[in-house]
Design a protein around this ligand. Sequence first.
Ligand SMILES: [Zn+2]
Length: 160
Amino acid sequence: MLETILGSECPSVQKGVLVSTTRELFAGHGIRCTPQRRALYEALLGTRSHPTAEELYRIVKPATQRLSRATVYNTLETLCEAGLARKLPSYRGCCRYDADVSEHLHICFREDGAIQDLPDDLGEKLIRHISEDVIAEIEDRLGIGIDGISIQLLARRKDA
Ligand SMILES: [Zn+2]
């Protein structure tokens, strides 16, 4: 059951692999492709750092004309609503963004709120240790159907 949950129905854009041109991808998701949106999406897709909106603005701004912070925030909301990105709550500071919408787990660092991906094999190992009996008990007791699991580990760097 948990494997089914994890392998769920999220549309998958593989990190670092443009499955089609950004313009085609946007069109398929009903999003108008502007130079600003395209630059933001491709920058987000090209990083594994789970940047904040402000960090993304600073990365994209030098090479992009007429880019405002409002455009960055609006574009990120649009991308998230379209399922092309996701917003990650950070333990500390602003939300962060990820263009990898495949199922994967995150580690959030207490010192600065930075987020990194947990390697897939470790994420799968962790999820496998969640008891299906407990999931079933939660569903029964609360009268709900659980169809996904989101885990964010909180950590400190050992050299900090
Ligand atoms: Zn991620």
